[in-house]
Design a binder for this molecule. Sequence first.
Ligand code: FRU
Length: 519
Amino acid sequence: MACGRKDGKKETGEVPVNDTIASEENKHYRPHFHFTPEKNWMNDPNGMFYYDGYYHLFFQHYPDAAVWGPMHWGHAVSRDLLHWEELPIALYPGEEGYIFSGSAVVDEENTSGFGTGNHPPVVAMYTIHDPEKEKNGQTDVETQGIAYSTDKGMTWTKYDGNPVVGNPGIRDFRDPKIVRDTIHDQWVMVLAAQDRAKFYRSGNLKNWEFLSDFGMDTGAHGGVWECPDFFPMTIEGTGETKWVLIQSLNPGGPNGGSATQYFVGDFNGTSFTLDPGFKTALDKRKAFWIDYGKDNYAGVTWSGIPDSDGRKLFIGWMSNWEYAQQVPTTTWRSAMTVPRELRLIRDGGLFLLASSPVRELESFRNKITEEQDVSLSAPFVYKSENGGGLNSTEILLSLEKTGNSIVEFRLYNTEGDTLSFGLNSVKKEFFTDRTRAGQTDFSEKFAEKASTAPRFTSSGTLDVRIVLDKTSIEVFYDSGTAAMTEIFFLKSPFDHFDIRSTDPETTLKNITIHQLKFN
Ligand code: FRU
């Protein structure tokens, strides 16, 4: 009988160095419920679709090192958006080049003709990035290809007619996102092309016709536009539909590096134009961001969500190109954000794209404490009695009479690590400050200064939802109209949470702290 351990380790008691590092990194940094690759490098989420009870998530992946390299599409599936199972790699780079970011759709009516069996084919579209052409300094480095699956997304075949969209002479020409435009009965694809979004249409997902450009003179342009997404949404509480364009940008984010902006407007089947109200607000603010923290990039939405569900579900890469390859995990790198639901809100003259954690998270809550009507004339302090600290926690709270105060929330531990965040009512902005929250010395850009986000209301009432994992904080203010996501690296978890206000009149109307428990 063969002997030896299932995990392949020798039984001499000697543990190889790599395993020691991996287990230390897992212990301190591997999130409890945010998706991470089992090993090595990950960046953008790709090709997300829902079919037959499974949420599929693909991702930019380099399986041979914990830094960026020849890109593959890694693959994971989940039934509840929170427990993920990593599957074999879906797409490998080949002679033609690397497999960059893109999207996937369930082709219900088999418009592509790829379908063979009882269920519809799934068609993925991605950028083929040719490293040889890049080395030679050519511009036509990036073209678009498709691949299809006839087994519900489990295995994939690259189309032999690739590329399906050639390069028109633009160096950065990538990240196709396909949407079924039921309003105009067509497939629409949006592509990032350096300083703009390009729209295309197709009847069969193979032949693409160029429609229009958007954005050359609109929004933020501190870097290259990447990873767009485009979809109709009903304005909350109305029957009115608007189209939303999500557009990642690197660098040039509101707090440096990578970030994702959005635009709200109308689409006539050919071109996208800004809503006049959104345009006025944009002229004033220059850009609206889906998340103002430093660590939510390249996020896009799931396709194929049934109408009976109707949600717009989004996930982003929880890192930033400024330091993604230097963060202190070496056996795997990067996590995704918590999956979020997007809502389009009209608030007076403003259109805001609000986000909140998916409701599936609520079923993992175990209430630890709840309090009401606490005066903040003295700080509110909560100490975790649980040995694991606050590293898998959700905090919901609301405040009244924030007036002109500075409300500061702090998470800290006995080792002196402090993460500070909150509201500065005088400046009408939120802030997140990780400059003293654990290890920051791996990159000068990681914790140069606090990040800030605008507050879109002057209300004296503030609602806050905080999602904490081992290495991340995601804060949703004012019903998610301002979100801030940031990562951090601690040797021991935060075990205290406190709240203080510069105005003694401020009251903590209610607070609920849940431990999030996952098996
Ligand atoms: C965004 C991005 C995409 C590209 C991919 C390559 O983070 O630069 O534009 O397709 O990463 O991995």
